[in-house]
Design a protein around this ligand. Sequence first.
Ligand code: COA
Ligand code: MG
Length: 281
Amino acid sequence: MIRPYRSVLYIPASRERALEKARELAADAIIFDLEDAVAPDEKGRARELLARVLREADYGARARIVRVNGLGTEWVAGDLAAFGDHPGVDAVLLPKVNGPADLDAVAGPVRAPLWAMLETTKGCLNAAAIAAHPRLEGMVMGTNDLAKELGARFRPDRLPLLAGLGACVMAARAEGRIIVDGVFNAFKDEAGLRAECEQGRDMGFDGKTLIHPAQLDIANEVFAPSEEEVALARRMIAAYAEARARGEGVAVVDGKIVENLHVATAEALIGKAEAIAALAV
Ligand code: COA
Ligand code: MG
């Protein structure tokens, strides 16, 4: 069964209250952050707190992803030692991955699947090689860091980021990896969040990283197939089966052609809707 990644919520590993609250939140996945959301003098305490919480707390179906500190920092070795083979960890997320060699550097002590943050210009240029790393499972866009490196301005249409976003989605799809879009910083702006979720969904992202629980419902809704989409997918599959029974290779639904590739997309959409429905029971 495919696992949905519509909503991927960051939680600073130092915030005990938020760690506790997340067991009840409607997030498909959680990124427990040891990196930028934790101040340097809090790193040790956050690591210990998170190691204990992940041993004791039940996060249900939510994927548990730990973002460690970056290569070259004084904390990364300790983070990998604490979480690389921890029973409460589903994946380890390495920030600022510039190329596949960065993943090789952490693969040894980590038993869990690896995820990579794509947030540097080098990383985006090397996205295909990163996605092809045999230990890689998922990719996360770091749009704030990417905008900073590019010297790009923030615009509602994200035009300055589209080359990087598109390169990373293409790389992820070429290798069958999960890929999640970057965060929307203005966490009280619901219309802005919705528009950015829709843009990411239309580009092919599996979901969006989020910084606040108030963002969960919109991401869960936008990245889930709607009832109309599921109904249309079922009609396309049925119409194509009828066409095949008549010895034809093409059907027409609502004035649009349906070929075998459209049927494959329709089946994938229904599979996603079923995986989401299974979460609710
Ligand atoms: N995950 C889980 N719970 C969260 C949360 C999160 N990311 N952010 C806030 N909450 C909880 C708070 O604990 C609070 O719960 P309570 O009222 O039951 O105690 C509730 O949601 C409301 O929080 P609110 O007061 O609106 O927000 P805040 O001012 O406490 O925090 C941020 C705002 C932005 C600092 C906080 O949301 C945050 O730290 N987000 C994650 C940042 C991060 O990880 N960045 C790294 C990647 S970009
Ligand atoms: Mg970053």
